[in-house]
Design a protein around this ligand. Structure first.
Ligand SMILES: Nc1nc2c(ncn2[C@@H]2O[C@H](COP(=O)(O)OP(=O)(O)OP(=O)(O)O)[C@@H](O)[C@H]2O)c(=O)[nH]1
Ligand SMILES: [Mg+2]
Length: 364
């Protein structure tokens, strides 16, 4: 019999019934402890973000696209694509009206809920300012919280200044999301120049997709896979649960002092106009570096962030190695529980403008 000479305690790497049992139990426990993560992209921008993540590959998360626009859904690379509100819109989009996006989501809520059953974290992403994404994300944050109890993290972009007529709808949606999401990370498209320089609109949208995509991929994989410094689900929940608005800053640097430089850039390039950085309730810091990155470098960056924020701010850390990043470092800093200037009251509320479908499509 294969096990007859085995040591009772199952050490020395010999397979014993006990060690097999222990491994199985541990594997089952690890499986059970691993949080289930779903990412839903709503509307044109949301679907494009999910496609960006799919192209890069995502370990340990499910990618779902929801849209009222059947043609755009057809080109999405999501694992699961759901046409929402087919009776209401016949697959033709919402024409810039968030009310229609809300109704469409209510029509198909059972189907979406079924897809995310058992999730512990749900990321919801959309470009605010259109009809589908803006409407859908507000309904989804409420309904999916109720149905799953998951941590709901919204990740949204705010319209460019040239899209002025979209501002009022985006502002109203952001106010609602601050209440219905545990945390909503907002990226103001007008601040993208801080990380990407002056780009034509179409390319700037691609940069926004990449930023949101990197954020979701980075956090998900630092939770689901063994990393240099893991972020665990309990830490993420503690820092994000019921916190409202969050701003994000990113920095990439190639060369000596890369992590320190990238950290400084991330602190200086917040992509949302916030009232007071020192009022943040928490910070999430995520570092990606090549195989050559050391724990000591990461720790130094940690000290830099700690020094820059008030000392009672809770900081959660994660670091991952990406072999393609040799010599480089990418740092993301999320300031959680901040007050944004975008949601300040408007003087007059402009009417939504009906737009041609597909105007902003095709960043790929
Ligand atoms: N990040 C990103 N933002 C985009 C993209 N396309 C549009 N946007 C932004 O997102 C806002 C909403 O646009 P869409 O996502 O196309 O709108 P929608 O949700 O599909 O709404 P309807 O088409 O009106 O039903 C726009 O005002 C832009 O600011 C994109 O590919 N990526
Ligand atoms: Mg659309």
């Amino acid at each position: 019999m294969a096990y007859e000479n085995s040591n009772y305690f199952g050490n020395n790497n010999k397979l014993t019934p006990e060690s097999i049992m222990e491994n199985e139990t541990l594997r089952a426990a690890m499986e059970m402890a691993r949080p289930q993560i779903s990412v839903i992209g709503a509307g044109g921008a949301g679907s494009n973000i999910v496609s960006w993540i799919k192209n890069k590959g995502l370990i340990g998360g499910k990618l779902i696209a929801v849209n009222t626009d059947a043609a755009h859904l057809g080109i999405s690379k999501a694992d699961r694509r759901i046409l929402i509100g087919p009776r209401l819109t016949q697959g033709r989009g919402c024409g810039g009206y968030p009310d229609r996006g809300m109704q469409a989501t209510h029509e198909s809520i059972a189907e979406v809920t079924k897809e995310v059953q058992g999730s512990n974290i749900i990321f919801l992403c959309a470009g605010l300012g259109g009809g589908t994404g803006t409407g859908a994300i507000q309904v989804l944050s409420d309904e999916l919280k109720r149905a799953t109890g998951a941590l709901i993290v919204g990740v949204v972009t705010l319209p460019f200044a040239v899209e002025r007529h979209r501002y009022a709808m985006a502002r109203e949606a952001l106010l609602n999301l601050q209440r219905s999401c545990d945390t909503v990370v907002a990226i103001d498209n007008n601040r993208l120049t801080r990380v990407a320089g002056n780009l034509p609109l179409q390319q700037a949208l691609g940069v926004a997709n990449e930023l949101v995509g990197q954020f979701i991929k980075g956090i998900t994989e630092t939770i689901t896979t063994a990393s240099l410094i893991n972020i665990d689900f309990a830490d993420l929940s503690a820092i994000m649960e019921g916190k409202g608005l969050a701003a994000i800053g990113v920095g990439t640097y190639n060369g000596a002092d890369r992590i320190e430089q990238a950290t400084r850039m991330a602190l200086d390039s917040q992509l949302l106009d916030i009232k007071d950085m020192s009022k943040a309730q928490g910070a999430l810091v995520h570092v990606t570096g090549g195989n050559d990155v050391t724990l000591e470098e990461v720790t130094r960056a940690g000290e830099l962030v700690t020094r820059s924020l008030p000392h009672d701010v809770r900081i959660v850390w994660g670091a991952r190695v990406d072999p393609d990043m040799r010599g480089k470092a990418h740092v993301m800093i999320v300031l959680i529980g901040v007050e944004g200037k975008f949601t300040a009251p408007l003087e007059a509320k402009p009417e939504p403008v009906k737009e041609k479908r597909g105007k902003f499509l095709g960043v790929f």
